[in-house]
Design a protein around this ligand. Structure first.
Ligand SMILES: Cc1cc2nc3c(=O)[nH]c(=O)nc-3n(C[C@H](O)[C@H](O)[C@H](O)COP(=O)(O)O)c2cc1C
Length: 217
């Protein structure tokens, strides 16, 4: 039975969030296809991870059988998070844009799971090739040719880290202009925003179907 690792990082609960309803739509479809599968869930907003510290970072460079009890303790959380990633057949991440980039809670997760010599920068990174769907919601528009294109540090950054550093096989779903209904200056963009939201939901369901089918016997 396949395993889905589902990570949300929006500070808002589902009712006030653009990314959570889309990750939920993906997960619901996945669970319909794999009712007996495993879902590992991390809500980084309600249960934030501590920042990576020097002891946990350094312990990553010591081979597991040579770690002191202190190093093992310092490394325990990184080990757990990396094992969750390694165990996953599919990864689903909600990554809203906050101040042009990802939430700091999601950055903390990345700092823990990017482990040189295990998940990254080694001949065979341990989670390489895992299909990964990122729901990158954003209040404005940052597509090619828009005035704010160069301010986009969510898909650009996650492309480099999830794919470049961890070797995951990454796809983005981007519900954008999400502030159009609350920001009067964006009133003209409501139609586009609604279309983007509808497409994000459709894409989440079809992507979940497609990936779930890869794991049916
Ligand atoms: C702290 C904060 C910073 C934000 N910064 C940006 C930004 O730089 N650019 C943008 O387009 N939207 C920004 N937004 C709007 C969010 O990207 C938008 O509301 C998106 O839908 C968030 O997804 P979520 O509702 O799942 O959290 C920001 C929202 C918050 C709460």
């Amino acid at each position: 039975m396949p395993t889905l690792l589902h990570i949300d990082s929006s500070m808002h609960p589902t009712e006030g969030s653009a990314s959570r309803p889309v990750t939920n739509a993906f997960r619901k479809e996945w669970e319909t296809q794999h009712p007996d599968g495993t879902v590992i869930y991390r809500d980084l907003a309600t249960d934030p991870l501590p920042h990576l510290d020097a002891a946990a970072f350094a312990a990553g460079f010591v081979s597991p059988d040579e770690r002191s009890p202190e190093q093992r303790a310092a490394f325990a959380l990184r080990d757990t998070l990396a094992a969750e990633l390694e165990q996953a057949d599919v990864v689903l991440i909600g990554a809203p844009m906050y101040n042009f980039t990802i939430p700091s809670t999601l950055k903390a997760w990345l700092d823990h799971v990017i482990i040189i010599g295990r998940t990254s920068l080694t001949e065979a990174p341990s989670a390489a090739g895992t299909p990964t769907v990122v729901v990158a919601s954003r209040g404005g528009g940052y597509g090619p040719g828009t005035p704010r294109e160069s301010f986009e540090f969510v898909t650009n950054y996650l492309g480099k880290t999830l794919d470049g550093a961890l070797g995951l096989d990454v796809d983005f779903i981007v519900p954008e202009l999400t502030m159009a209904r609350t920001n009067p200056a964006m009133a003209d963009l409501i139609e586009l925003a609604d279309a983007s939201k509808a497409k994000a939901h459709e894409d989440a369901v079809s992507k979940a179907k497609e990936l779930a089918a890869r794991f049916t016997a």
